[in-house]
Design a protein around this ligand. Sequence first.
Ligand code: V1P
Ligand code: CA
Ligand code: ZN
Length: 372
Amino acid sequence: MVLRNRRVAYYYDEDVGSYNYGYDHCMKPFRIRMAHSIITSYGLDKKMSVIRPPRATVQDMTRFHTDDYITYLQRVSPELAEKMPTYNERFLPPLDCPPFDGVYEFCSISAGGSIAGARRINHGESDVVINWAGGLHHAKKGEASGFCYVNDIVLGILELLRYHQRVVYLDIDVHHGDGVEEAFYTTDRVMSVSFHQFGNFFPGTGDIKDVGVERGKYYAVNVPLREGIDDDTYAFVFQRVMRNVMESFRPGAVFMQCGTDSLSGDRLGCFNLSMKGHAACVEFMKSFGVPLFCVGGGGYTIRNVARTWAYETSVLLGEPVEPSLPYNDYYDFYGPEYLLDVPASNMTNMNTREQLEQICSDIYEHLRHVPH
Ligand code: V1P
Ligand code: CA
Ligand code: ZN
């Protein structure tokens, strides 16, 4: 019997794939069910603790969000939103965050996994936790933003802070992790690090000069990148920055947002990472031996999202899997190759070695202010 991987906990609720932002919306919770189907087809579910998360309550969510906003989310429906358009405007940006059927339950599943997973790390029950339904990094205290309504990450990190003096938040989604950065911008207990596409790109924040304020000064790290970054170039900057962050800050836990819109061929993002290049970041963070919580996030070419999160589950388990995809519920999505792979393309990399070296040296300079 294999016991060593029981310390990996995987949070999954089989209802999550049924929530629908709308036919024309690019955020598809169904991709989480697709990833789960690949995971089970490889038998990886037998090698970890699979847990259905308890749903987050209003009380859980209002540890970060305002009462007004959560009360609104609980009540809103497509019909009510149509009757009260101005009420709606206060909390939900149009088009990006529609008041879809079951939006509150969807948030309670996503946030429930991130809170319960953090408690599992706090109690030393797992060294690695996975919640692919989490990672909704844009949600603000009193409003939704960029497909994100409840910030499961902030709630998870608040839980980790009950037991850990210092937590690293790391975000490899192609978008800036603005909601999380903002929540911890004034504290030296959370170092927030986001790698993102920058320059005429949503949400527009995440300049390298944004380093935090007050006690939090130098505890926010932003890595602004241009289109077309490839595996080697990304690894170059990622490993330098993260080695320095881990050595300077010495966190008790790492909370990692693994948005897959940084993959090549994403519908929204314009990076050129392969599945292996994306997963190399997860593997690198695992190598520090610090408790690691991995959540999902963006990812809009859903066959590639599912492949990558399934592969990253195998990486976190340390259980290699065959490159040919086993038969699974959504097998047709993966043709014509039926492979567990997302290749990079031949797109131009707009990031030069000089720019990236400059980014690394600016960040080294900021991190020199962090007491060891
Ligand atoms: O650009 C915007 C808004 C609309 N303008 C007023 C600004 N929104 C983006 C939001 C992207 C959210 C990414 C979320 C995540 O980081 C985490 C889950 O991945 C946007 C875009 C775009 N191309 O940037 N919204 C949409 N596209 C969109 C597309 C189809 C339907 C609805 C929204
Ligand atoms: Ca990011
Ligand atoms: Zn994103």
